[in-house]
Design a protein around this ligand. Sequence first.
Ligand SMILES: NC(=O)c1cnc(N)c2cc(Br)sc12
Length: 329
Amino acid sequence: MIQIHPEAQRTEELRQLLQQASYAYYVLDAPIMEDAVYDQLYRELQELETQHPELVTPDSPTQRVGERPATHFTSVRHNIPLYSLENAFNIDELQAWDQRWRRQLPTTDAVKYVSELKIDGSALALTYQDGVLVRGATRGDGVTGEEITQNVRTIRSIPLRLNFDGIEPIERIEVRGEAFLPLEVFKQINEERQKAGEQLFANPRNAAAGTLRQLDSRIVARRRLDFFAYTLHIPGMDDASIANTQWEALELLQKMGFRVNPNHQLCESLAEVAEYYKYWDTERLNLPYMTDGVVVKLNAFKLQEQLGFTQKFPRWAVALKYPAEEAPT
Ligand SMILES: NC(=O)c1cnc(N)c2cc(Br)sc12
């Protein structure tokens, strides 16, 4: 007779409830329960886990914030290097990019582009094993970054466990995205630093990068970083194994529980990309986070694979930048 711990059922039920509530609040921005109810259920789970430590699981909502500060960060190699993007500073340079890849790969097929807002934050590489977050790392030089898993776990919009409902479970997944500080949080942090006589962060990007490199994850947890996922890879398999296009990949990321920037757009032509770029040049100033451009990608993974990379950049994407602007004070 297998002894089922009587509280095991209740802790699992609480974990599910709290994870659903956290996902709804931080990823969908659509709360499903009152904060007071969340806090009460969280306390009940904490008490059960304190009484029965053997019932604690790594994906429990109580395990997001570590108790002990790290002494240092270890260097880790990215299984799949994080690429950086070639810049284009206006529509002419966007067209030049388009001509370049078409010279490389002449095609008469209709080509679709995905336009995504370029988030002005700090890139993160997340690794999930059997659906559980096992590593979070900074971009570093693209090949080697710093292991900051404990800090990444405090970002509430990053799932500790992926949702495979309706999806063929995938054993190992690498997800890339941008950690960022919402403008309101950036201003609050600088006000606190001003009061404490500490040096202010120059802009939200530096504030996000500086926060991610805090040794004490309790400080990171208080700073309310957020995260938009934008790429997923399956180590050892080509990306087309689980999605055929960037558009499908973004949908898959959302299904698995990630926050994906809602303003991505499928463009049937470069003219549509130019329209998107023009629209968001002004509209982005109403967003609660900093952006510094538009990332334009060829939608079809088959095209991406055929084009590959130069020494430094993917040939199938470009960062269409906006003129630099001062960070908000
Ligand atoms: N949506 C995207 O692909 C995206 C958004 N924001 C960024 N800062 C970056 C950087 C790279 Br490299 S891709 C990308």
